[in-house]
Write a protein that binds this ligand. Structure first.
Ligand code: SAM
Length: 349
């Protein structure tokens, strides 16, 4: 079944009714056989919404002057890391708007070194801080980061150009080069795409999945595109698939990726939940095995506003471990407490 060709993938993405249910059932089975029913946690810390990029889809893009910008200081981040460690999260993911500066590099470097101290090297760190120089990636790796998540956003160069300003700072070639560099350094590399973008076709999505397979990623974080009224892409809102359909397409992407790459880590992402409260659990049932509960200090959460309806403070209790544990047990899954939950595909390489 892992021998799926582009046409098969397109058919699966277009499937509905019984066929779609068969896809979900098969993906669920493949997941249980290969990575089991344990869900690994990455406590998500949204370190800063200051960004030097101007991606047309993103609420925290540089040109959005309506955003209240914040930067969380080191001590507050380390407090969140301590919380994660003491509560058995096993891993944290530090995400940030994209900056290339020595101050930014050094800050993350110190956080990594202190995280290692705080947790005796037990907690796994994923970084998702955009494109950086090889030197920076290497430095962070040596200071303890083991995984890096850098979404390619779309693998279609033409579509990529429509979603980003035409400047050297926004180049798909550089993004892919960054992914190659991360892999060569020794990171567990993850990528992902947005699903249901304006101008995106089902063929594009099939190519995205094949890109992930050919690149031999070991983890993936992908989710539906959700419009944001303060972004240039908002003008195309009437051309988008209805939210329910976008969610379904995103679930099918997860399921097909599980069939294509049975032993990788796949995250059930926050954007799914912003369409439907229970969607993260649905993604777990049909292929995902990683959850990224938000552990950003509460006072900053509303400002990491990438897209409309992003679940923020008043709903974030859903990320409380007890609530997650209960929801997972209802679908016969359990949390992998206190373990890093590294990608099986990476470990057996
Ligand atoms: N700057 C880093 C980078 O580029 O990898 C990490 C931060 S960036 C805000 C994290 C992710 O948010 C992006 O990779 C993108 O896929 C997602 N994102 C941004 N705007 C979005 C939107 N409108 N809908 C869904 N996802 C969005």
């Amino acid at each position: 079944m892992s021998q799926l060709f582009k046409n098969d993938i397109i058919n699966l993405l277009n499937s509905s009714g019984e066929e779609e249910q068969e896809l979900f059932a098969r993906a669920s089975q493949v997941k249980l056989q290969n990575v089991g029913n344990t869900v690994y946690l990455r406590g998500l810390i949204e370190m800063s919404n200051v960004c030097d990029k101007d991606c047309y889809y993103c609420g925290i893009r540089k040109s959005n002057s309506a955003v209240h910008r914040y930067v969380i200081n080191e001590e507050e981040i380390l407090e969140a890391v301590r919380f994660a460690y003491e509560n058995g999260y096993g891993s944290v993911a530090i995400q940030s708007g994209e900056l290339q500066s020595s101050a930014f590099t050094e800050k993350i470097n110190r956080i990594l070194q202190k995280t290692r101290e705080i947790s005796n090297g037990e907690i796994g760190v994923t970084l998702s801080c955009g494109e950086q120089t090889e030197e920076t990636y290497r430095k962070w790796f040596e200071s303890g980061a083991i995984r890096y998540l850098l979404r390619v956003e779309t693998s279609n160069p033409e579509l990529y150009r429509k979603l980003h300003p035409n400047t050297p700072k926004h180049s798909i070639e550089k993004r892919i080069e960054a992914l190659e560099t991360l892999k060569a350094i020794g990171y567990q590399v993850g990528t992902g795409v947005m699903i249901g973008l304006p101008f995106q076709t089902v063929e594009d999505l099939a190519d995205d999945l094949l890109f992930m397979k050919n690149f031999n990623i070991v983890m993936c974080g992908m989710g539906p595109y959700i419009e944001h009224h303060q972004t240039p892409l908002y003008q195309y809102k009437d051309e988008l698939l209805p939210l329910g359909k976008r969610l379904n397409l995103a679930l099918k992407m997860v399921a097909i990726l599980r069939l294509l790459m049975p032993d990788i880590n796949i995250a059930s992402t926050t954007a799914l939940q912003s369409i439907e409260k229970n969607a993260r659990m649905r993604a777990i049932q049909i292929g995902a095995n990683v959850l990224m509960p938000n552990i950003t200090p509460r006072k900053y959460r509303d400002d990491y506003f990438l897209y409309e309806n992003k679940p923020v403070s008043e709903q974030s209790d859903e990320d409380d471990l007890k609530v997650l544990e209960k929801s997972l047990s209802e679908i016969n899954h359990e949390i992998g407490y206190g373990v890093q939950g590294n990608s099986k595909r990476f470990l057996i390489k």
